[in-house]
Design a protein around this ligand. Structure first.
Ligand code: EPU
Length: 337
């Protein structure tokens, strides 16, 4: 147990914030000890995975727990199916690479997403046409109220776009211990229709891509427009893509002919990156904070010296601009602490 401990290395924005107490846990028993310590001192808890989806806006007056639960288990279910369970502290991309090395299909479109396996169900991580709900089987969680281990299946997780029970009614109640995915061992379902995957494959002259080829294409696309948190602090998309009623979208089309949107029933999902760019924010820097020059949806710690409060205030200004111009209220995707 460390006291007055800096969380700068534990958040991908790289902002400075101190926690009153800090500990790392490697087993469920160690986790329970940490939780009991926090209960005995009446301290709030903060669980840290990869630190890739949080913004620390102030010091934390509680116990921060870094989850180091590691390991994979495999279970063959049928001819073409394997259930692969990864513990929460496994790095997401290393897990994806492990699956690709074994030729297990299903995760390739989710290559190079920062963060750990344990946080992937929280916001139903997604990219390039796949969300984890598409391959999710179950996860084990520790219930902070009872200290019992529970199992959540696909339905119980209530996954939505960047959403799950763990962000809604279960918020703050459960710690995810491991996650099981259903992957294919052959006859993989190759998904290349999203975004630039197809054109990226064509560049390399690949006509019948393998899952490894798809992964390489996704990695190349991500590297071409998303900043690497190791080089410049960020937490990926800062906002969700807003969903608005079709009627509102049609009204906006009258005023803004080139507005982009992906219809879904009576609603339309509008790319937040486009709204932010059109509101004049792409590449704009105020003090230590900027909207990324290649992807406006990503806010970066441009100088490395930004505070969490500065980043938060910058995001508030973006929300106000987009609201004034388009009447759409952007919602933050990153967890604000
Ligand atoms: N766009 C702009 N300007 C920008 C950025 C985007 O006009 O500065 C337009 C693009 O031209 C494109 C549309 O917005 O037509 C969508 O852009 P993109 O394909 O880059 O995806 P996104 O909607 O901005 C989402 C996810 C990403 C994920 C990509 C690819 C959210 C909040 N973000 O971004 O996820 O990698 O799709 O699937 O849904 C993350 O969550 O951290 C993340 C990076």
């Amino acid at each position: 147990m460390q006291e007055n401990f800096s969380l700068k290395p534990f958040n991908t924005f790289g902002v400075e914030a101190k926690t009153k107490y800090f500990t790392e846990v490697h087993t469920v028993d160690e986790l329970k000890i940490a939780i009991n310590f926090s209960k005995s001192k009446n301290l709030p808890l903060l669980f840290l995975g990869g630190g890739s989806n949080i913004l620390l806006t102030k010091d934390f007056d509680g116990l921060a727990v870094k989850l180091h639960l590691k390991g994979f288990t495999e279970e063959f279910i049928g001819e073409n199916t394997i259930w692969l369970t990864a513990k929460a502290g496994e790095n997401w991309h290393e897990f994806v690479l492990y699956c690709l090395s074994k030729n297990y299909g299903g995760l390739e479109n989710l290559s190079l997403i920062p963060g750990n396996v344990g946080t992937s169900p929280m916001q139903n991580i997604g990219a390039y046409g796949t969300e984890i709900k598409d391959i999710f089987v179950q996860c084990h969680v520790l219930d902070l109220h009872t200290l019992e281990v529970k199992n959540f299946n696909l339905e119980e997780c209530k996954f939505g776009y960047r959403d799950s029970i763990f962000k809604q009614e279960g918020k703050g109640r459960y710690v995810i211990l491991d996650v099981t995915f259903k992957l294919t061992t052959e006859n993989h379902h190759i998904k290349t229709e999203y975004g630039a995957i197809q054109s990226e494959l064509e560049k390399s002259g690949i006509e019948n891509p393998t899952i490894q080829d798809v992964s390489k294409a996704v990695i190349a696309i991500r590297q071409s427009k998303l900043p690497d948190p190791k080089e410049i602090g960020n937490a990926g998309s800062f906002f969700k893509n807003p969903t608005i009623p079709l009627r509102q979208f049609k009204e906006l089309q009258q005023k803004f002919e080139n507005i982009q949107g992906y219809p879904n029933g009576d609603f339309v999902k509008v790319p937040a990156g486009w709204l932010i760019e059109q509101s004049g924010w792409k590449g704009k820097q105020i003090g230590n904070v900027a909207s990324h020059q290649l992807q406006a949806l990503v806010i970066v710690n441009a100088t490395g010296n930004a505070t969490g409060k500065e980043i938060f205030d910058f995001s508030t200004q973006i929300i106000q601009s987009v609201k004034e111009k388009y009447g759409i209220e952007l919602e933050r995707e990153v967890n604000i602490i």
